[in-house]
Design a protein around this ligand. Structure first.
Ligand code: SF4
Length: 460
């Protein structure tokens, strides 16, 4: 197996990443753009980048992800890709008829120094952008940041291009979704509808990347935030951003551009973060929390109480994205599990500080690292030094799970070898139940597999 030769002696590394715990910026930009109705993502670079980004999204969502590319060859790589992009814009609008083209850069086009804003302005001048259609852009060089940075940059680009203030305040709340599954976006809308809150959710990949099989291929599925909805965000009462890494820059842009005040809160994963989310929403919209939401909370609490003995004291290793990891480790600590190892390839000094604060009281021994050298190799070394009872993270952990025989719950991006993540939410109180059900499932399977015959239990 790939990691069988991992040594357990950790050595300081500065310039080497082995099996990174992150992926490319443009993947995030593509995912955010797919949450806009009628939008075609466009990769300004070589074909290989676009193929890799599309295939990763397609493998995770099990849906055909459409995206165009500027298709750089040697000429464009040396002299710049302006001609390719102008040509692409012209062809895409005449052949594929999107409402919006969302262009993101790649390592190559950034290194050449292509100015997307200038090229798009030229396309407009040259009459290549039809009346009522839009071309938006984001800078996403993959030698900095991660897929989360790319998502944040595209979200900011969308807000910058569309949001407009008419000075007529609308009784609606903007919800900037962090990078979550289509099922989670649907769950956020359901919760807001139960609370009676009119809202604009941006982006919204439900009914795009979990669209039903109808027997007919829809190039632009019916889901996604519409242009009029995004424009109206400039007149909303308030903006709530879910996850600092994915939504902060868009929230700031919206406030600067349209004077819509904002607050950031964690993704509602688990009890405490969902409590904060529900209270922040209620405050922003000026509503009270309905009984139906309290009842969902009660169900989650009931499950925690019923099954606490199976969670208690279990050591957990996690990897993934900062916005998911912070509320998730808080949730695990809340139910007396021990998140002892945490890595994220996404940079940002605040992550490790915040994670240590969350775990300071209950898991002071936790090892936490993020950035370029916080990789799956390091995670494996920590586990070899002192094992854990459970792994939580994306598919790339399956090698460690197999080599070390550790129960494994797949969460995060990408999940390339299982289904269900697009359909069953992990956000909110009901999502908390789903997370616990998955954790319990693998822990109890392991107990069943390992228990001697005399203590093999029918009822657990
Ligand atoms: S790292 Fe850069 S060159 Fe490689 S696939 Fe990503 S965007 Fe393309």
């Amino acid at each position: 197996m790939l990691l069988r030769h991992t040594t357990n002696k950790v050595k300081e590394r500065e310039a080497l990443t082995v099996n990174p715990a992150k992926t490319c910026q443009p993947i995030g930009a593509m995912y955010a753009a797919l949450g806009i109705h009628g939008c075609l993502p466009h990769s300004h670079g070589s074909q290989g980048c676009c193929s890799y980004h599309r295939s990763t999204l397609t493998r995770h969502y099990k849906e055909p992800v459409m995206a165009a590319t500027s298709s750089f060859t040697e000429g464009a790589s040396v002299f710049g890709g302006q001609a390719n992009l102008l040509n692409a814009i012209n062809t895409i609008f005449s052949v594929y008829e999107p409402e919006i083209i969302a262009v993101h850069s790649t390592c190559l086009s950034e290194t050449i120094g292509d100015d997307l804003g200038q090229i798009i302005a030229k396309a407009r001048e040259d009459g290549k952008i039809p009346e009522g259609k839009h071309v938006i852009h984001a800078s996403t060089p993959s030698y900095v940041g991660s897929h989360v940075t790319g998502y944040a940059n595209m979200l900011e680009g969308i807000v910058k291009h569309f949001a407009m203030s008419t000075d007529e305040i609308k009784r609606q709340v903007n919800l900037l979704a962090g990078w979550v599954e289509p099922a989670d976006m649907r769950e956020l809308k359901r919760m807001m509808s139960v609370m009676g809150i009119k809202n604009v959710l941006l982006p919204d990949t439900s009914e795009v990347l979990d669209a039903p099989m109808t027997g007919k291929h829809e190039f632009y599925p019916k889901g996604g935030t519409t242009v009029p909805e995004i424009v109206s965000m400039g007149d909303s009462m308030f903006t709530l951003g879910l996850g600092e890494w994915a939504t902060k820059s868009a929230a700031i842009k919206l406030e600067n551009q349209c004077k819509v005040k904002f607050a950031l809160t964690d993704l509602p994963i688990g009890i405490s973060a969902t409590d904060r989310f529900v209270m922040a929403l209620a405050k922003a919209a000026g509503v009270s929390i309905p009984e139906a939401i309290s009842s969902e909370r009660g169900k989650l609490m009931d499950m925690i109480t019923d099954m606490h003995q199976y969670f208690y004291g279990k050591r957990v290793a996690l990897w993934g994205d900062p916005d998911q990891l912070l509320p998730l480790i808080e949730f695990l600590a809340d139910i007396d599990m021990k998140p002892v190892y945490v890595v994220s390839g996404t940079p940002g000094k605040a992550f490790s500080k915040k994670a240590h604060e969350i775990l300071a009281e209950k898991v002071p021994e936790a090892k936490i690292k993020n950035g370029a050298t916080a990789d799956m190799f390091l995670m494996h070394q920590w586990i070899k030094e002192e094992p854990v009872d459970l792994l939580i993270g994306n598919t790339y952990g399956k090698y460690i799970a197999r080599d070390e025989n550790i129960p494994f719950v797949r969460m995060g991006f990408p999940i390339l070898d299982r289904v269900g993540h697009s359909y069953f939410p992990t956000l909110g109180y009901m999502g908390g139940i789903r997370i616990l059900e998955k954790i319990l499932g693998v822990l109890m399977d392991k107990m069943d597999a390992d228990s001697p015959e005399e203590s093999f239990e029918l009822v657990m």
